[in-house]
Structures are given as structure tokens and as C-alpha cells.
Design a protein around this ligand. Structure first.
Ligand SMILES: Nc1ncnc2c1ncn2[C@@H]1O[C@H](COP(=O)(O)OP(=O)(O)O)[C@@H](O)[C@H]1O
Ligand SMILES: [Mg+2]
Length: 212
């Protein structure tokens, strides 16, 4: 039983997209997986439902519910993936008190990197209370190929103390943006763009698994 959350108080960084893809990828590997949707927008629940997937999704949107129910849901599965909400620091805090691993997606802009420091701060608070956990990794999402911003973002996240900078970068890809509307993940969409995106996610998820 491992509990992995995709967290960042900034919205639009790819928490829900990565949560759904990671849960789907694990289920495809025949792992027993459940998702907790802590985002009031319920993107994950709608996405999983739209795919007709059998992955079980529980909506928990208050700190009390999150603290109390995460352990019992996690006990039933190999992996519990939690899509953390934007903005709601108290919910994120509750999730970080329960997670084994927090992954922070970050877009490669100065503003986003600055906002990610709030997420790192919350993780550090949880680590200090819990005597170490959760482990924390950060990756760059929605990067444009060959840009200076992407390289700068990568070197900046490598400098954050106690945060594991993931080497895989997920690039800005139309097929990723389209996946929700198609009721699919990039793993089941056709075309070169989809296989490129699937290969990036595969690489990212292998890196994440090594942190567990
Ligand atoms: N790598 C990517 N390439 C293109 N679009 C992306 C990528 N990652 C996320 N998106 C899009 O960005 C928006 C925000 O992503 P989402 O997963 O909802 O972020 P969050 O859950 O952090 O708010 C969505 O429209 C999503 O389709
Ligand atoms: Mg979301």
C-alpha cells in the first residue's frame, strides 16, 4: 500500500491530468489502484467516469474527511493516487499528513516556480511533524521543446533542498490537452503525438515508482 499525491496549490499545473494518467498506468500494470479526488472541480472523477474505467474514485473535499478516510481506502489497494486541490492549503496539509510521496508538477515559468515554493513549504511542514515523510519529487510539465525557460526551470528545481528533481519533462502537447474531452488517456489514443506523450508519461511514472 503506497499513497502518492500530486499536489500544488497553483491551479492548471497538471495535477489532475497526471493523477488520472498515473492511476490508469498502474491499473494497466494490473496493480490494485484507487483514486481520491480532493479537487472541488472533480476533474478526475469526471475523467475516470468518461473513460468507463473501473478504477474506484472517492471524492473527499474536507480536511477531516481526508485525514480520516485516506488510510481505510489505501488499505484496500496497492496504490492510492490522490489528486490534491488548488488553493485549499488545509486540504493539501491533510493529504500530506497521509501521503508517502508527494509529486509537485510545475510549469516552467518564474511565476509558477515561485508558487511551487508554497507547495514545498507545506511538504516540509508535514515532514517535520511526521519525522521525514512524505518524500517529495518535482517535475516540469507543459514545457516547450528547446526553450531557455525549460532549462532554467530544470536547473532551478535541482537546487531546491530535499526535493528530488525528476529528470523527465512532460512537454506541452495538444494530445494531452485533448485527452479529457476524448474520454481517454494518451495511452489509448492513436497517432504519433499520443505515442510521444505516452512515452513521456511512462518515463515519468517509472521515475516516480523508484521513489517509493
Ligand atoms: N503536458 C500538457 N500538455 C498540454 N496540456 C496540458 C498538459 N498538462 C496539462 N494540460 C492541460 O492544462 C490544463 C490544466 O491541467 P490540470 O491537470 O487540470 O491541472 P490542475 O489539476 O493542476 O489544475 C488542462 O486543460 C490540461 O488539459
Ligand atoms: Mg485539478
Amino acid at each position: 500500500m503506497s499513497i502518492i499525491t500530486f499536489a500544488n496549490e497553483k491551479g492548471g499545473v497538471g495535477k489532475s491530468t497526471t493523477s488520472v494518467h498515473f492511476a490508469y498506468w498502474l491499473a494497466d500494470k494490473k496493480k490494485k489502484v484507487a483514486l481520491v479526488d480532493a479537487d472541488p472541480q472533480r476533474s478526475c472523477s469526471k475523467w475516470i467516469k468518461g473513460m468507463g474505467s473501473t478504477i474506484s474514485v472517492t471524492i473527499l473535499t474536507t480536511p477531516d474527511e481526508l485525514l480520516e478516510r485516506i488510510p481505510e481506502i489505501a488499505r484496500e489497494v496497492d496504490y492510492l493516487v490522490i489528486d490534491a486541490p488548488p488553493g485549499l492549503a488545509e486540504c493539501s496539509r491533510a493529504i500530506l499528513f497521509r501521503a508517502d510521496l508527494a509529486i509537485i508538477p510545475c510549469q516552467p515559468t518564474g511565476l509558477d516556480l515561485d508558487a511551487a515554493s508554497d507547495a514545498v513549504r507545506l511538504v516540509r511542514q508535514a515532514q517535520s511533524v511526521r519525522g521525514g515523510l512524505p518524500n517529495v519529487g518535482m517535475f516540469v510539465n507543459r514545457a516547450a521543446k528547446g526553450t531557455k525557460l525549460k532549462d532554467e526551470a530544470l536547473s532551478l528545481i535541482q537546487k531546491i533542498n530535499d526535493v528530488i528533481a525528476l529528470k523527465t519533462v512532460i512537454h506541452q502537447k495538444q494530445v494531452i490537452a485533448d485527452a479529457f474531452g476524448q474520454g481517454a488517456t494518451v495511452f489509448d489514443l492513436k497517432g504519433a503525438g499520443a505515442s510521444d506523450a505516452a512515452a513521456e508519461f511512462e518515463k515519468l511514472f517509472r521515475e516516480i515508482m523508484r521513489l517509493l
